[in-house]
Design a protein around this ligand. Structure first.
Ligand code: SF4
Ligand code: SF4
Length: 501
């Protein structure tokens, strides 16, 4: 036990919603609010879960819809394969995606986080519901937290491991493709230990994320979440609390006290107060103005805390827009249900903008919502033009391994070349390699034409045989032609090496 002087001082206030003041983890056990937004999000979430699982199996133009083959450095997106040499195209694609994200965020705020991000979708609509099913509601879960390991908790973790295995396989299918994944799954781990290690690590990371780290991903790890303060402005769509309507808050007891005040006023006990009451329910809007004790005006917020206990990131939306808020709309559903019960209109917490919540007009147009789409159009337009003019195959000619040239017994000079052909199309092509317009040179190629499958690459080793007299100062420039049956043809310049005299 360290000396008391070495123990950390408790924080003056809560630093993160997921931390207690002494620095220990504060587990969040949100109560689901099954309102209209929840139902829509759940429908979308299940659609997305199915889509995320299906995408690796979908094909477009004979290629995977999405395949991020990091090992071979080939990225296939919507039927188009990008190679490492397509740096400019990839850069245009990424810049376009980032600009589109900036634009959508400026207009719709964190709609991605709350409705479509896999972290939110899996956490709120897969892992948490299973957790509630096995362990019970928030109170039962907190009780289990105190009791430590129990059979229920073990069962939950076993189910989480199974789910994480499934998600890890789905996730890796985006990077290795379903055929390779099938091989991984059907072969013994001993035969492919590296692949097995990748799978085990990914499963462990999934389990740690959804079983332990959870909402902290959105708060401290996700770069998109950290960028919100610069991506949003006062007119962006946010989930916001209408303080003008809700404040000052008054609990049921406060309102009862005001009613008593009202009764006293009517009885003439407090002649200085003016009172206005609307409705008869406990949540009735009670305005008590004047110098009597307890005088004041109550807003619609009855301080029930329903919006706080339902929040998956543990914040109180009534404190204003916070970086932890993922705009999941749970507080909107919770508060609408409360408003319904107390006979007040819904929307005390609603989709709005900072300007509107402070009584300003609803204005969408501003420079960034015009500039971003224009830039997106420009960048993606350039990408479209570049793609339309991209060669259907990529040819790279490299010098053979070993000595730069060989002197043959016939007295001729042989240069070994490696011709790498990448077929960007989806069909198999046959590539013919030849030397044009050079009668004194001979090409020897073991496989010519060379078949290359759609989206695949192949390297042919060829030899160019030349008489000694063909070289000037030990060099001769040639052009190596590669053509396919579909009309593709290209000539690559190459310098042969030979004896210098
Ligand atoms: S749910 Fe609505 S009424 Fe209840 S505390 Fe939150 S804002 Fe106030
Ligand atoms: S404050 Fe509301 S919208 Fe934001 S994360 Fe919490 S429940 Fe979701």
């Amino acid at each position: 036990m360290p000396p008391t002087a070495l123990l950390p001082e408790p924080a003056a206030e809560r630093v993160l919603p997921t931390l207690n003041q002494d620095g220990t983890r504060r587990w969040l056990r949100p109560t689901p609010s099954r309102g209209r937004f929840f139902r829509r999000r759940r429908g979308l979430a299940w659609g997305l879960i199915v889509l995320f699982a299906l995408i690796p199996y979908l094909r477009m133009s004979g290629k995977p819809l999405i395949l991020l083959d990091v090992v071979r450095r080939q990225f296939t997106l919507f039927g188009t394969t990008f190679l490492p040499t397509d740096t400019v195209l990839l850069m245009l694609l990424l810049v376009g995606i980032f600009l589109a994200i900036f634009w959508l965020t400026a207009v719709y705020g964190r709609v991605w986080c709350g409705w479509a991000c896999p972290q939110t979708v899996y956490m709120e609509f897969l892992y948490r519901p299973i957790e509630r099913l096995i362990e019970g509601g928030p109170r039962a879960q907190s009780d289990l937290d105190r009791r430590g390991w129990t059979l229920r908790r073990l069962v939950k973790h076993a189910v989480f491991v199974g789910l994480s295995l499934f998600l890890a396989h789905t996730f890796l299918a985006y990077f290795v493709g379903v055929e390779e994944l099938r091989r991984w799954v059907t072969r013994s781990p001993v035969e492919h230990p590296a692949a097995f290690l990748v799978m085990a690590t990914t499963t462990a990371l999934m389990f740690l994320d959804f079983g332990w780290f959870r909402e902290q991903v959105c708060m401290v790890a996700c770069p998109y979440g950290r960028l919100q303060s610069v991506l949003l402005d006062r007119r962006s769509l946010i989930v916001g609390y209408d303080a003008q309507r809700g404040e000052p808050r008054g609990t049921y007891r406060d309102r009862r006290a005001s009613r008593d005040e009202l009764a006293a006023t009517r009885a003439g006990d407090s002649p200085g107060a003016r009172v206005m009451v609307t409705g008869d329910s406990p949540g009735a809007r009670v305005m008590v103005v004047g110098d009597s004790p307890g005088a004041g005006a109550f807003g619609d917020c009855i301080d029930c805390g329903a919006c706080v206990v339902t929040c998956p990131t543990g914040i109180d939306i009534r404190q204003g827009l916070q970086m932890e808020c993922i705009h999941c709309t749970q507080c909107m559903d919770a508060c609408d249900a409360v408003m319904d019960r107390i006979g007040r209109p819904p929307g005390l917490i609603r989709y709005s903008s900072k300007d509107q919540l402070q009584g300003g007009p609803r204005r969408i147009l501003r420079p960034r919502v015009v500039v971003y789409p224009l830039l997106v159009l420009l960048v993606w337009g350039a990408l479209g033009v570049a793609l339309a003019h991209r060669s259907p195959a990529e040819i790279t000619v490299l010098r053979g391994l070993g000595s730069p040239f060989t002197l043959l017994p016939s007295g001729e000079v042989s240069n070994q070349l490696r011709v790498k052909i990448v077929n960007r199309g989806s069909e198999e092509r046959h590539y013919r390699i030849h030397l044009a317009e050079d009668a004194i040179l001979r090409l020897v190629a073991p496989a010519n034409p060379l078949p290359v499958g759609g989206g695949k690459s192949a390297t042919a080793t060829v030899f160019v045989i030349a008489p000694r007299s063909a070289f000037v100062h030990g060099q001769r420039d040639i052009r190596l032609h590669v053509e396919d049956e579909g009309g593709f043809g290209t000539a690559t310049p190459y310098r042969l090496m030979g004896p210098s005299e």
